[in-house]
Write a protein that binds this ligand. Structure first.
Ligand SMILES: Nc1nc2c(ncn2[C@@H]2O[C@H](COP(=O)(O)OP(=O)(O)OP(=O)(O)O)[C@@H](O)[C@H]2O)c(=O)[nH]1
Ligand SMILES: C[S@@+](CC[C@H](N)C(=O)[O-])C[C@H]1O[C@@H](n2cnc3c(N)ncnc32)[C@H](O)[C@@H]1O
Ligand code: SF4
Ligand code: SF4
Length: 326
């Protein structure tokens, strides 16, 4: 359905858990956060009830995220059951890649269509520094496994950070020359937990683009890479994959926003950067039926804000990506 600003809303991002097996420095403190108790997380049945209500108001694409969605028990079963909903035509996953290699076969058989894998550096020491518990080799193998199983398009999410990976952005872009990968550079957003990883490290998409085209030549426009997100895509001449830019800060894409979010604790959230949420968990647990859920979903879509300007609210926020469902 359309919201008040004539945007077509068809995409639901579902956070399966606030937990994670890594602690990326820009996302979480080293000790982690206060995890939600299990009974405060939506069950698989409850998630499915929300998706079925979403389908009635036009949801056709779902993305499973978190926290780290692959640490959530029952994810394979959930994907199978999402795949059984005829109206859902795209089931995607955003993951840090640590468990993806081992699970790729089951995920594919269950009906997962494609994956986006986070990868901020190609240097093993830096990788461990930024993720604190991650292992670069495992993640690189997972990316190859995802390609082998046809979980395509395989997209790589790279947060660009000055003084951390700005000297590697060209090498990351080069990954697209030999493999059909879609490497997306994401602008660092001011919602992490540490001042060391805040606006002082911000690099704009335009600066990254200039850096890459200086080294690798002109970037050709690419019209479409399968997906529902806000990235703009380009190709290095002759490359198998593409390069994308997610300019959440310098050039927000709210005018074409197509999404709603469901947090792990069951809040339906119309906008990543607006605290307004509807408590669906309470509604579900007080015995609401399908029609009531559909009504609430509709109202939440109609309450989506026009936009959110991150440059105007650069101050640190209490909420972090893994809690909202990044
Ligand atoms: N400002 C803003 N940023 C978003 C939003 N959704 C995703 N992002 C950013 O884009 C990054 C990549 O998102 P992904 O989870 O890989 O998914 P996507 O780009 O929406 O998905 P596809 O294009 O369908 O593959 C996220 O980590 C966020 O940094 C949004 O609604 N608003
Ligand atoms: C919150 S994670 C959840 C899914 C999974 N754990 C992963 O890392 O892919 C989703 C994406 O958000 C990005 N992210 C987290 N904090 C961010 C920030 N402050 N600015 C920009 N992107 C951020 C991560 O790099 C990752 O690509
Ligand atoms: S970015 Fe993803 S992998 Fe890294 S700490 Fe946040 S939720 Fe975990
Ligand atoms: S900031 Fe809000 S309105 Fe803008 S693209 Fe993200 S979710 Fe949509």
């Amino acid at each position: 359905m359309q919201d008040r600003f004539q945007r077509h809303i068809n995409y639901l991002r579902i956070s399966l858990t606030d937990r994670c097996n890594l602690r990326c420095a820009y996302c979480m403190p080293p000790e982690g956060i206060q995890w939600l108790p299990h009974n405060e997380i939506l069950t698989i049945e409850e998630i499915l009830a929300v998706v079925k209500a979403g389908v009635e108001v036009g949801i056709r694409k779902v993305r499973l995220t978190g926290g780290e969605p692959l640490v959530r028990r029952g994810i394979v079963d959930l994907i199978k059951r999402l795949n059984d909903i005829p109206e859902i035509d795209d089931i995607a996953l955003t993951t840090n890649g640590m468990l993806l290699g081992a699970m790729a076969s089951d995920l594919k058989s269950a009906g997962l269509k494609r994956v986006n894998v986070s990868l901020d550096t190609l240097n093993p020491i830096r990788f461990q520094r930024i993720t604190r518990y991650g292992n670069l080799e495992i993640v690189m193998c997972s990316i190859d496994t995802a390609l082998e199983y046809g979980l395509e398009p395989v997209k790589i999410n790279t947060v660009a950070m000055r003084g951390f990976n700005d000297d590697e952005l060209v090498d990351l872009a080069r990954l697209t020359l030999e493999k059909p990968l879609h490497v997306r550079f994401i602008e660092l957003m001011p919602i992490g937990t540490s001042d060391d990883w805040s606006h002082i490290r911000f690099i704009s998409s335009q600066e990254i683009r200039e850096l890459i085209s200086k080294s690798l030549g002109n970037l050709e426009d690419v019209k479409k890479v399968t997906g529902s997100g806000p990235a703009r895509y380009y190709r290095i001449s002759g490359a198998l994959g593409t390069i994308g830019f997610i300019s959440a800060v310098s050039n927000h894409f709210c005018a074409t926003c197509n999404r709603m979010r469901l947090t792990a604790s069951g809040q339906l959230r119309p906008c990543l950067f607006s605290g307004r949420e509807v408590d669906l968990k309470q509604v579900l647990r007080s015995g609401a039926g399908h029609d009531e859920l559909v009504c609430i979903f509709k109202e939440a879509i109609m309450s989506k804000p026009n936009s959110h300007d991150l440059t105007a609210s650069w101050e640190k926020d209490d909420r972090i990506m893994s809690q909202i469902g990044g």
